[in-house]
Design a protein around this ligand. Structure first.
Ligand SMILES: Nc1ncnc2c1ncn2[C@@H]1O[C@H](COP(=O)(O)OP(=O)(O)OP(=O)(O)O)[C@@H](O)[C@H]1O
Length: 273
């Protein structure tokens, strides 16, 4: 069995807690209850996919973790980070959106430089780090290019390099590959897995895709809508190596089936108003 309910004593249990959501609810000013009592413990080294029906609050949860929105009630704890005056872990979080959000007037190099520039680091002392990060996403030869000269997949790679350039502990990715074609998406899935392993970064990845979540994750958190909260939390225990052989394996097929069943359950659990 490739998939199981996240066990109480999984190998991750012994790991450091990176961030914990405690009983978080979010009501927007128009009265929409986006999240109700959502709790989630994220441990170092996990690759967590947040999966769920449209509108179940995946992006809201991710944005609250990133400090881009405050919870209406409940709390976010960063047990192993230094917290700034806004209650956020300074520099420990990278964010990748579905839209790469690059500055069109700036080169690839300058786009990746931005987070370091905002920290007061000079271009000269940042150059080596920037080039390393561009190389790690296969774009070392495109440092002088402008975003308009790149494909959609390459622009997303720049966005990932920009998020990783500050060496975050936690990488938050909100449907980053949803707009890309399937082959590009699969290549980027492999790139993200490589970065995850190389840098030991913890990842929370929002996706609509059962297949993508089953390929990438060490843990899949399926959310339900109305109200948005965790429906089920599953560990994907097999295999350690995710590659083309895994994509056509019985283990992958079974994982996709189990995740798909959980998603159907989550959709069925939504309260109809
Ligand atoms: N700024 C906002 N103001 C009011 N309502 C909002 C706001 N942002 C999100 N919502 C609502 O909150 C609910 C959760 O939205 P959210 O975008 O978090 O869901 P999601 O699971 O990420 O959706 P999708 O999969 O379609 O991207 C939805 O009903 C949405 O319409």
């Amino acid at each position: 069995m490739a998939l199981s309910a996240a066990p109480a004593a999984s190998p991750q249990t012994a790991r450091r807690l990176v961030v914990a959501m405690h009983d978080v609810s979010k009501v927007f000013s128009n009265g929409t209850l986006a999240l109700k009592g959502m709790s989630l413990d994220v441990k170092a080294g996990e690759f967590i996919s947040l999966l769920g029906p449209s509108g179940c609050g995946k992006s809201t949860a991710l944005r609250i973790i990133a400090g881009l929105g405050a919870p209406s009630s409940g709390s976010i704890d960063w047990p192993s980070s230094r917290i700034n005056s806004k209650g956020l872990p300074e520099g420990d979080v990278g964010f990748v959106f579905q839209d790469p959000t690059l500055m069109p007037w700036a080169t690839v190099f300058d786009n990746v430089f931005l987070p370091l520039k905002l920290r007061g680091i000079s271009k000269a002392s940042a150059t080596e780090t920037i080039m390393e990060n561009l190389a790690s996403v296969g774009l070392a030869d495109f440092a002088a290019s402008y975003p308009r000269e790149l494909s959609g997949g390459m622009r997303m790679r720049v966005s990932i390099a920009r998020a990783m350039v500050t060496k975050p502990k936690l990488l938050l990715m909100d449907e980053p590959f949803a707009a890309l074609d399937e082959i590009t998406r699969q290549k980027l899935n492999d790139d993200v897995l490589r970065l995850w392993k190389q840098h030991g970064v913890t990842v929370i990845f929002v996706t609509h895709s059962v297949y993508e979540s089953a390929y990438l994750s060490s843990r899949i958190v399926v959310m339900r809508a109305r109200p948005g909260q965790v429906y089920t939390d599953m560990a994907v225990t097999q295999p350690a190596e995710r590659d083309q052989a895994y994509r056509v394996s019985e283990g992958y097929r079974q994982t996709c089936q189990d995740v798909s069943d959980a998603l159907q359950g989550a959709i069925g659990a939504a309260e109809v108003h």
